[in-house]
Each structure stands twice: as C-alpha cells, then as structure tokens.
Design a protein around this ligand. Structure first.
Ligand SMILES: Cc1cc2nc3c(=O)[nH]c(=O)nc-3n(C[C@H](O)[C@H](O)[C@H](O)COP(=O)(O)O)c2cc1C
Length: 362
C-alpha cells in the first residue's frame, strides 16, 4: 500500500462502515435508540442529503505544504475543530458510558460535552479527563433548586461552559423506540440528577424527561446566565430570527442543530440553516454546528459556511460501542485526518482560511 492510500484508522475505512459494524454488534433496540430519528425520519435523512448537495471548489498552486487544524474555542486549546456533542445514555452501548467517550475525546485532543442525562456522574466524567477541555450540557429542570445544584457542581468539577439545550420542550416521537418498546436497562440511570426527586425513577425515555422544563423561554436563558459565572451557550437554533435574538442578548455562542433529526420531523438539513444565520448575526455571536457530520468534507463545508467548530454525535457512540475509549479517539482522529486531507486538496492551510468561496450551494 502506498502512503497515499494509508487508511486514517485501522479499525474502519469510513464512519458509515463503522456504523454498519456497530449495527451488527449491538442488539436492535440499542442500535435503534442511537441511530433513530423522530417520526418518519425525514429530518434525519435530510441532514445527510443536504451535505451531499453542497460541493467544494478547490484552489490549486497554493504552495501550501501542511494543514493546521488546531484552534482556540472560548479559551480552550483544541487539536481539531471537532467536539463530542452532548448525548444522553452512552451506557446503552458500552459499560464505560460517558467516561469511555470522554477519555477518547481527551486522547484525540478534542472537547467533550457531558450531557445532563449521563449514566456516570458529571464528577466521574470530569475526574476521568482531568485538565482536558470539557463543557456541561444542561436540560433545565422544572425545579430551580435542581438547576442551581447542577450549575454549581459543573463549575466545581471544572466544566468551562454550559450548553443550554433549547430544542427539547418535549421529547420528539421516535418511532423506532416505540416499535422496540425501548427501555433503559435497570443499571443505567441519570447519574448527575438521579438523586433528585423530580426526576422520575422509571426507565422509559418519556418519563425520564418529565423533570425537564417544558415551557422554556428567553427568561430561562437569562435565569441560567444569572446563576453561573460560566459562559452559557444555546444549543438547538435553526431560524435566523432566533439567532439574531441570541446575538442581541449577547449569548457567547449558539449551536446550529436540529438535534440530529431526533426532535421535529419533516425539517430540513441542519447545514442549510447555517449560512442564513451567519449572515444575520454578523459576527455578534460565535457559531457552532452539529447534525449529520460523517466526513472530513462535511466538517470542511460547515467551517466554510461559518461554523467555528462542529459537534459529532452518533459516530462517537459507534466507536465507543465497538472499541471503547480507543474507538472514540479513532472516530475523532479519523475525521481530523480526513479534514486535513480536504484542506490540502482544497488549498487551505489554516482553519481561518476556509471561507464561503470554497463551497457551492445548491
Ligand atoms: C443517543 C443520542 C442522545 C442524545 N442526547 C442529547 C442530549 O441529552 N442533549 C442534547 O442536547 N442533545 C442530545 N442529542 C443530540 C446531539 O447532541 C446532536 O445534536 C446530534 O446527535 C448531532 O447529530 P449526529 O448524531 O448526526 O452527529 C443526542 C443524540 C443522540 C444520538
């Protein structure tokens, strides 16, 4: 094999192959819990389809010899513009749960975002990746005392930002989970909040979300900001109007995302939301992106359209399911290697050089 054909990971050729390996390895209900989306899964499919319709315009004869993927994100030094997006219940696919994924992120030099709905406590996760960059994703609870405690614990455990998820006033209806009568196994619980009386001690997904505040408004954002000294990001914005409101309120960063197609069905591909939002906010808030990232070309396109960094979801859980922490590191390093390859082929040496001129929209 020549050097040019060297695989980016010995474990898989690409992340679709990895998903297929994971499908064969996991039981159907667990695989479907991760892979599935809401309703007829139109939004889920649109996330991938939209990326395919965007094409890349390369520059040549640039004299570039190397591509640098390192960056600073809200004060954190990262080896790549990729982070593990918050996902509840990593324990469905591997006993190490979020601790395994966090270790993998650390190994790859990537940021880990710990979910409220983790199966390990936020302190256990933090202890596993001492000195490594980490943020905490918050689902606001109906009980403000629970929220105050979570915010205090996150700060104490060294999380450097709060990611407030706002696209889950209620859980999307996920047909695969209904079909499989999906239940969390007895030994998996919501570790960070399980001691709280407002989290129902049952195992169905629907009842696990009963503690979540179901009438979120901008006042809740302001409340959260008032109760922590950490920066509070907003995850789950798609409309330019909402993005503009976030910028007006000086939200430090927003995550353009449709929750990986798991919430509102018959939506559009999340990547389609990016450019209109970037144009509307005019640099007044930083922009991150997730939903459908599977290739280095996807990362490149999202950066070209104005995202500063991108979150990776399901592929991380496939890597964890099959190979534990090593698998998570392999997924992130694979995407980074693919990104480097695209940057070299498209002629951009640094992340900051990846501008809209490199892509053609449909
Ligand atoms: C199994 C699973 C659990 C998730 N749980 C959460 C969560 O607790 N909080 C949250 O903000 N987003 C959650 N998400 C959404 C992700 O953060 C992200 O938006 C989505 O997975 C990105 O799409 P991708 O999987 O195509 O990369 C979850 C996604 C998956 C697949």
């Amino acid at each position: 094999m020549t050097q040019l054909e060297k695989p980016t990971s010995p474990l898989f050729a690409n992340l679709d192959d990895l998903e297929e390996q994971a499908r064969q390895h996991l039981d159907l209900a667990s695989y479907d819990f991760v892979a599935g989306g809401a309703g007829a899964e139109q939004t889920l499919r649109a996330n991938r389809e939209a990326f395919k319709k965007i094409t890349i315009m390369p520059r040549v004869l640039t004299g570039i010899k190397e591509a640098d993927t390192s960056m600073n994100l809200l004060g954190q030094r990262l080896s790549m513009p990729l982070y593990v997006t918050p996902m509840a219940n990593h324990g469905v696919v591997h006993s190490l749960a979020e601790v395994g994924s966090a270790r993998g992120a650390k190994k790859a030099g990537a940021l880990f975002v710990a979910p409220t709905g983790s199966n390990k406590t936020m302190e256990e996760i933090a202890a596993a990746i001492k000195d490594s960059p980490r943020w905490f994703q918050l689902y606001l609870n109906k009980d403000p005392e629970v929220n105050k405690q979570l915010l205090q614990r996150a700060k104490k455990a060294g999380y450097s930002a709060i990611v407030l998820t706002v696209d889950l006033p209620v859980l999307g209806i996920r047909d695969r989970n209904v079909r499989n009568s999906f239940m969390l196994s007895k030994d998996l619980h919501r570790s960070s909040v399980s001691s709280e009386r407002y989290i129902a001690a049952t195992r169905s997904l629907q009842s696990l979300t009963t503690g979540i505040k179901d009438d979120l408004s901008w006042d809740d954002y302001e409340w959260t900001r008032k109760h922590t000294t950490l920066p509070v990001l907003v995850k789950g914005i798609l409309s330019p109007e909402d993005a503009e409101e976030a910028a007006k309120r000086k939200v430090p960063a927003i995550v353009v995302s449709n929750h990986g197609g798991r919430q509102l069905d018959t939506g559009f591909g999340a990547i389609e939301a990016l450019r209109p939002i970037v144009e509307r906010v005019k640099g007044n808030t930083r922009i991150l992106f997730d939903s459908g990232i599977r290739r280095g070309t996807d990362v490149f396109k999202a950066l070209a359209l104005g995202a500063e960094a991108v979150g990776v979801g399901r592929p991380v859980l496939w890597g964890l399911a099959l190979y534990g922490a090593e698998g998570v590191a392999a997924v992130l390093e694979h995407l980074r290697a693919e990104l480097v390859n695209v940057m070299r082929l498209a002629g951009s040496a640094r992340l900051g050089d990846i501008t809209p001129e490199y892509v053609r929209l449909p």
